[in-house]
Design a protein. Sequence first.
Length: 71
Amino acid sequence: MESDFGSAAGGSPSGGEDIEDLKRDVSEEDTKQLNVEVPVSLHRRLKIHSIESGREMKEIVQDVLDQYLGD
């Protein structure tokens, strides 16, 4: 009989979810939209950084706000 939790030898759950999916589910929370006007040059720099880092602009802004506000 196979367990839903995988094997002690490191098996994956039978549902096929990996640990990253589970972490994401746990960390999700309701969101609220925030509209802020910024200078065009700042938006352009953010967009360039987003492309270069492979991260969404909203993720970068959330991280910056978390750091600024002290989590």
